[in-house]
Design a protein around this ligand. Structure first.
Ligand SMILES: [Zn+2]
Length: 81
């Protein structure tokens, strides 16, 4: 009979522990997940090395966009401006 009481106490402790953990883990889920930024940036691909970079950082050539003026020069492209 003594063991039965101890088993009940342990089960109650485990239940209380799980319950308290579930309450704590549920709290942050109420907030919306911080996913991708709300303002997507247009990505450009360098014609020479194929690296992806934001379009505003890309260097413009007559044939397309490059990651740097060096790669535009290597690709024998010129600035259209
Ligand atoms: Zn490049």
């Amino acid at each position: 009979m003594k063991y039965l009481i101890w088993i009940l106490v342990i089960l109650l402790a485990i239940w209380a522990f799980k319950r308290s953990r579930r309450v704590k883990s549920d709290a942050p889920k109420e907030q919306p997940p911080a996913s991708a930024p709300s303002t997507p940036t247009n990505m450009a691909v360098c014609l020479h090395c194929g690296i992806h970079l934001p379009q505003e950082e890309a260097v413009t050539g007559e044939k397309g966009l490059y990651c740097s003026s060096e790669h535009r020069a290597v690709a024998q492209d010129r600035n259209p401006l």
